[in-house]
Design a protein. Sequence first.
Length: 148
Amino acid sequence: MAGGMSGQAAIHGRSLGEAPDADMIEAICRATIARLPAQFAQHLGDIVFAVEDYADEETLAALGLEHPLDLSGLYHGRPLGEKSSMDSGAMPDRIVLYRRAILEEWIETGVRLDDLVAHVTIHEIGHHFGLSDDDMHALEDAAEDSAT
């Protein structure tokens, strides 16, 4: 990072240097996954995680969104409870984090970047499990508790 700030300092504070890149966002995402309770983590091995700058026009249109900064993450796939043995040959499930939307929210809210990326990651993982918003918050709390 520019200005002599370490990557960790740039995550927790504001830096006048370069914005966190896709590799940093992915590292935070993977660290979040590593903190998940085992009963969740064991079902994530086949999911492809990716970081892209923005959602494409087709994705935005399918979701009824007009601006790419309105989408910070997306789960592509069928929730575990809806899968069957007849799904062979299907594309692997994917979770995509959209870096520019995350960074915009980080700047606007002042929430720590690692907390924000963890929130988006867990929310999208929750869709994989078919969880309600309340269940996603409980999962996020469990991951946060294991980090301390």
